[in-house]
Design a protein around this ligand. Structure first.
Ligand code: MG
Length: 391
């Protein structure tokens, strides 16, 4: 079919009247998404295709001035009107001012990430059949449940998750709304009203990024998408370790040998700093702690270099799908003075975690003489380690 035969002007109806019940009852079209209201982003997408000649914004009665302000930079917006009690009423109100348009495209401001290309695809598909909707082929198996128990599993191959934009020959949608009003039929989208009168609705492959902002989590996901990536799965773990200082042992802290008349005693090299980091790392990944990963009774770890234990811990975290992102460490020691050794420790820790040195915080403190550590009987360390899921 020659699309040009069915050209003629198209008007967009952009719905901004939703109340955002799951977002605290705000008018969600005016919520900022990375600094711009949802409505602004939706208008930018819908009004980009040349085929869309005009648009009407349907807003909550109390937010008309705000809607006009958002729409001001868009010369294609010819009207900003008040919506009705429900979405269907708002679309009907919008239809009433789409004037001479032969085609109408309905879009929700709550879908601010629809692309102009999708808007155009839906409009062109409608021009072939009279009606079209964006939709996503279901990827998950869909079940029907009642009171928490599955009553039916649907045939996934025929399931589409409906999005907007949707586009229609204007007289067709006018008639669908009129018939629905006469019959008291309510639907959550306009395509359903056309279907109810036996009209054919073409499904156009939508976009997974064209998500509907319903909850605060959706907003966070949309912001992450705008940043250029999926939301990052980050986790943080806490580690603590302490060992006793005794004569005749080399002192190793943070993977570095430190000249001192005493050293820490333990089954391995007793590097309390690396042990705290290892436990923070394992904790972040939800793995068993250092004592269970490298049991003191296992002779394989007698005198072990803790840098090797750290390497193994990193390996186990990686096997779980995570990589280290950052660490912050505090060493608690009355003596020796550690300031001069901190840069070397920081390098060794960064190397062990395979993160930039800038991602490692390291400092030393005393307890001002308080307690066993303050009496110089041992050295303790605390670490928080953040990891992120590998993409
Ligand atoms: Mg230890």
């Amino acid at each position: 079919m020659d699309v040009s035969d069915h050209g003629g002007p198209a008007a967009a109806i952009v719905l901004a009247a939703g109340s955002g019940r799951r977002l605290g009852g705000v008018s969600k079209a005016f919520l900022p998404l990375a600094g711009r209201p949802l409505l602004d982003r939706a208008l930018a997408a819908v009004l980009t295709p040349a085929e869309i000649a005009t648009a009407v914004v349907v807003a909550p009665p109390a937010r008309l001035d705000d809607a006009r302000a958002v729409a001001a930079p868009y010369p294609k917006v010819t009207a900003v009107i008040a919506g009705g009690a429900e979405r269907q009423d708002s679309v009907a109100a919008g239809l009433g001012v789409t004037g001479e348009a032969d085609w109408v495209l309905v879009h929700d401001a709550a879908r601010p990430l629809a692309s102009p290309a999708l808007v155009r695809r839906v409009l062109l598909a409608a021009r072939e059949t009279g009606a079209a909707t964006a939709g996503l082929a279901a990827r998950d198996t869909i079940k029907v449940a009642s009171a928490g128990t599955v009553t039916e599993t649907l045939e996934r191959g025929s399931i589409w998750l409906t999005q907007t934009p949707q586009a229609f020959r204007r007289p067709l949608l006018l008639e669908a709304h009129a018939r629905a009003a006469a019959r008291g039929l309510r639907a959550t989208d306009d395509a359903a009203l056309v279907e109810a009168m036996g009209g054919a609705v073409r499904v156009v492959e939508g976009e997974t990024t064209n998500l509907k902002i319903t909850t605060a989590e959706d907003l966070a996901i949309a912001e992450a998408l705008l940043r250029g990536g999926a939301p990052e799965d980050r986790r943080t773990g806490l580690g603590y370790d302490a060992h006793r200082l005794v004569p005749g042992r080399p002192l190793r802290l943070g993977g570095v040998a430190i000249p001192y008349e005493r050293g820490l005693i333990g089954h391995s090299d007793a590097d309390a700093v690396l042990h705290a980091i290892i436990d923070g790392l394992l904790g972040a990944a939800g793995l068993p702690d250092i004592g269970q990963q490298f049991p003191p009774e296992d002779p394989a770890f007698a005198g072990a270099d803790s840098r090797d234990l750290l390497a193994r811990a990193v390996e186990r975290v990686r096997a779980g799908g995570f990589v280290p992102l950052a660490a912050d460490v505090v060493i608690v020691a009355e003596a020796p003075r550690l300031a001069a050794h901190l840069p070397a420790m920081r390098r060794a820790i960064a190397e062990g975690l395979a993160v930039p040195e800038g991602a490692v915080g390291l400092k030393a403190t005393t307890t001002d003489g308080l307690g066993a550590i303050g009496r110089g009987e041992g050295i303790a360390a605390q670490a928080v380690v953040t990891i992120r899921r590998q993409r």
